[in-house]
Design a protein around this ligand. Structure first.
Ligand code: NAD
Length: 357
C-alpha cells in the first residue's frame, strides 16, 4: 500500500536533514508518496503568512506529515510556525521517546523513557500582557499586591479537558507499547489550582487503568534530579506543556543529545513527526548536522502508518551505524573536531547501506 505523506523541509538545517531522512525512508521498504509543502520565513513574501492554508489543507488531507525544524525569529515577525501548526490542527500530544542506542556518547546505558507532553495550553497558550498595559494593571489589581508594578504577566491555563485527554493518551500509549508505568509530573505543591487540577484529573484517569498500568506522581524538580540519577526507574512520563518542553531536553541529553531525539505531535486522526531540535542556523547548508533525530522520527512515522517491518529495518540500520561509530556526524564522535566525522548525507548513505546488509 502506498501512503501519501506531507513533507515540510523547514529551514536552517531542515532541508538537508530532510533529504537524508527521505532517502532512508524511501529505502526502508515502505511505499510513500511525498507531497512537499513549504512553510516558514521563506514563504512569507509569496503568501503573506509563514503557514499558508494550502499547507494545513495538505496535512488535513493526508493525515500524516513529516517536518523539518522551522526558525522562529526573535522579537519581531511571526509567532512560532511550530506552535501555530499544533494549535491549528489540535495536535494535543507531543510524544518524545528517549532511548539509549549503544555507541551513543552518553554517561547512561539504561534509559528508555517516553515523554508525553501536553501541547495546547499552559504558559504556551500565548496569553501574555505587556508591562504597564491596562490589562496588566487590571490583573495586578486582582492579585492584591502579589505582582509588582513593573511586571509583564503570562497566564497559565490548565483545563480538565486537556489534562484528561493527555493523561488518557499516555495510558493508551503505555498499553499499546507494552509499557508498565505512567508517571505524572507537575508542581502541585506550589501551583495548587493549576497543577493540582492536573494531578486530580490524572488520578481519575489512572484509576481506569488500575491493575494494568502502574501510576505515580513526581514533582518536576525532583523528576529532573531523578532522571539524571536513576533514569532506569522511569517509563512513560506525562506532563503539562512547559515542564514537558524542559524535561524532554533533559531526557534527550541522557541519551546523546538533541541530534538523536525524535518526536511526534499527535491529535485525533492527524500526526506530524519532527525532531525535538531546532533549525541550528549556524550549520545551515554545511552538510554537518546529524540527521538521526529526523530519521528516528521517520521510524515513528512508519510505525504510525502500520509499516512495522520497514520501521524495524530502518531503526536497526540506524542502531548499527551508531554502534559502529565510524560513519557518524561530528556530534557523535568522542571529540567534536574529529576529522573522521562524516556529513549529513554520508551518514544517510551508511544507514541505507546497513539496511541492504
Ligand atoms: P537548536 O535545537 O536549533 O540548537 C541547539 C544546539 O544543538 C545548537 O548548538 C545546534 O547547533 C545543535 N543542534 C541542533 N540540532 C542538531 C543536529 N541535528 N545536529 C547537530 N547539532 C544540532 O535550538 P535553538 O538554537 O534554540 O533554536 C534555533 C531555531 O530553531 C530557533 O528559531 C527556534 O525557535 C527554532 N526551533 C524550532 C523547533 C521546531 O521546528 N520544532 C524546535 C526548537 C527550536
Amino acid at each position: 500500500m502506498t501512503h501519501r505523506v506531507t513533507l515540510i523541509p523547514g529551514d536552517g538545517i531542515g532541508p538537508e536533514i530532510m533529504e537524508a531522512a527521505r532517502r532512508c525512508i524511501d529505502n526502508s521498504g515502505a511505499s510513500i508518496e511525498w507531497e512537499v509543502q513549504e512553510a516558514g520565513a521563506d514563504v512569507m513574501e509569496k503568501y503573506g503568512t509563514p503557514l499558508p492554508d494550502h499547507v494545513l489543507d495538505s496535512i488535513r488531507r493526508n493525515k500524516v506529515a513529516i517536518k523539518g525544524p522551522i526558525t522562529t525569529p526573535i522579537g519581531t515577525g511571526f509567532r512560532s510556525v511550530n506552535v501555530a501548526l499544533r494549535h491549528a490542527l489540535n495536535l494535543y500530544a507531543c510524544v518524545r521517546p528517549c532511548k539509549y542506542y549503544p555507541g551513543v556518547r552518553s554517561l547512561y546505558r539504561d534509559v528508555d523513557v517516553v515523554i508525553v507532553r501536553e501541547n495546547t495550553e499552559d504558559l504556551y497558550a500565548g496569553v501574555e500582557f505587556e508591562m504597564g498595559t491596562p490589562q496588566a494593571k487590571q490583573i495586578q489589581a486582582l492579585a492584591e499586591g502579589k505582582i509588582p508594578d513593573d511586571a509583564a504577566i503570562s497566564i497559565k491555563p490548565i483545563s480538565v479537558t486537556a489534562s484528561r485527554r493527555i493523561v488518557k493518551y499516555a495510558f493508551e500509549y503505555a498499553l499499546a507499547n507494552n509499557r508498565r508505568k505512567v508517571t505524572a509530573v507537575a508542581k502541585a505543591n506550589i501551583m495548587k489550582y493549576t497543577d493540582g487540577l492536573f494531578y486530580r484529573v490524572a488520578r481519575e484517569v489512572a484509576a481506569e487503568y488500575e491493575g494494568r498500568i502502574a501510576y505515580e506522581e513526581v514533582l518536576v524538580d525532583n523528576m529532573c534530579m531523578q532522571l539524571v540519577q536513576k533514569p532506569e526507574l522511569y517509563d512513560v512520563l506525562v506532563m503539562p506543556n512547559l515542564y514537558g518542553d524542559i524535561v524532554s531536553d533533559v531526557a534527550a541529553g541522557l541519551v546523546g543529545g538533541l541530534g538523536v531525539a525524535p518526536g511526534a505531535n499527535i491529535g485525533d486522526g492527524i500526526a506530524i513527526f519532527e525532531p525535538t531540535h531546532g533549525s541550528a542556523p549556524k550549520y545551515k547548508g554545511q552538510n554537518k548536522a546529524n540527521p538521526t533525530a529526523l530519521i528516528l522520527s521517520g521510524v515513528m512515522m512508519l510505525r504510525h502508518l502500520g509499516e512495522m517491518e520497514a520501521a524495524d529495518r530502518l531503526e536497526r540500520a540506524v542502531a548499527a551505524v551508531i554502534a559502529e561509530g565510524k560513519q557518524v556526524t561530528y556530534d557523535m564522535k568522542p571529540r567534536r573536531d574529529d576529522p573522521t566525522a562524516v556529513g549529513t548525507s554520508e551518514m544517510a548513505d551508511a544507514i541505507i547501506a546497513a539496511m541492504e546488509k
